[in-house]
Write a protein that binds this ligand. Structure first.
Ligand code: KG4
Ligand code: ZN
Length: 344
């Protein structure tokens, strides 16, 4: 296929990001620049992402970040083959800022526009980093999503199972909040858990003995609250033990679901090496990775974990998804609308 040089823009949550990625004719990817500006400090005071603040910060930062990404790549807009931006799912204000900026650049430079589904971009990242071939399984675990997806081709995905309530990152964040730990909760819970006893509190593993690949984390978070109330006043050691016990339960649920997903995959594609790729911020969690590693080994599968800065929200994955779509002729009109809710 043809090579593609694509600028990607990501503004769907609390990262303002722009990147330039090349997809070579042999299908391999190369990141020329990848600029991410996290808004964590803007939102920390409120204990979560405030949509209005996020949208305003994207407006303030995006132009400069796009310029930086182009400078670092050493190219001008005229050199691009296409401009890609997240068109959803995500917070509507931020998505509008990124998509309109991409439209303006596409119009001014006379380049095709590609409206990227943020979840598809997470799903395709392992092809950029590891050249993974279709079909493969993806586990997306972020602050907004927790789902198993079968990736059969570009634009061809089947959701096999997902959380029926909180996303796993959300459960980490809420657990941290109720234990008095800072935002974002995931890293704080993992850090506290290091000095904790994961067996002290016997927390539930919701839905675990039900068939299928759905998951549930709201009850787990509630169980932490109840255990914390019983242990009150909670000491630092109690917090550490609660965090470790929560993390054990969460990792158990995800690993057992992953094992089942891989078994189903092996049945569907008998001649294909089963591959599980992980994406999303929670994929940074060491205990979770360990559980997934064991699940993969138990089923003879390969676990592909892109570097953490490409698991969390970034624009290289948007540019790459744009490049994958561009070479297949999948471009969008300038009239394309943002889609705040847009399932894969
Ligand atoms: O993918 P991401 O950067 O943003 C979106 O949600 O789209 O994921 C952020 C989520 C937050 O909920 C954060 O608490 C969680 O990922 N997270 C972690 C860890 N690092 C980030 N959760 C558990 N352990 C971690 N080490
Ligand atoms: Zn994301």
């Amino acid at each position: 296929s043809v090579p593609a040089l694509v600028l990607g823009i990501e503004t769907s949550c609390d990262e303002t990001a722009a990147a330039v990625v090349r997809r070579k004719a042999d299908g391999r990817g190369e990141i020329l620049s990848n600029v991410v500006r996290s808004q964590i400090d803007d939102h920390a005071l409120y204990g979560g992402v405030v949509p209005e603040i996020a949208a305003r910060a994207h407006i303030a930062m995006l132009d400069g970040i796009v310029r930086l990404a182009m400078e670092e790549a050493g190219i001008g807009f005229a050199d691009l083959d296409a401009v890609a931006a997240t068109a959803g799912p995500g917070l509507i204000g931020g998505v509008i800022v990124g998509l309109m900026t991409a439209k303006a650049i596409a119009l001014a430079a006379d380049k095709p526009l590609i409206a990227v589904n943020h979840l598809e971009a997470h799903a395709l990242t392992a092809r950029l980093t590891d050249g993974v071939a279709f079909p493969y399984l993806m586990l997306l675990v972020s602050g907004g999503h927790t789902q198993f997806v079968l990736a059969r081709g570009v634009g061809d995905y089947v959701r096999l199972g997902s959380t029926i309530d909180d996303a796993l990152g959300e459960a980490f964040d809420k657990t941290a909040k109720l234990l008095g730990l800072p935002y974002p909760g995931g890293p704080a819970v993992e850090k506290a858990a290091r000095s904790g006893d994961g067996k002290r509190f016997n927390l539930p593993r919701p839905l675990l003995n039900r068939p299928g690949l759905d998951m549930s984390f709201a009850g787990l978070k509630t169980a932490v609250r109840v255990a914390a109330e019983r242990a009150a006043p909670v000491s630092d050691q109690d917090v550490a033990d609660l965090c470790a016990s929560f993390q054990e339960a969460a990792a158990d649920v995800v690993a057992s679901r992953a094992k089942r997903a891989l078994e189903e995959f092996a049945q569907m594609f008998a001649d294909v090496e089963p591959v599980l790729v992980i994406a999303g911020g929670v994929a940074a969690n060491t205990r979770l990775r360990q559980g997934l590693d064991e699940a993969a080994r138990a089923t003879g599968a390969r676990l592909v974990a892109p570097p953490i800065h490409l698991c969390t929200d970034n624009a290289a994955m948007i540019a790459w998804a744009g490049a994958e779509r561009f070479v297949l002729g999948l471009i969008d009109p300038l009239s394309v609308s943002p889609r705040p809710r847009w399932p894969l």
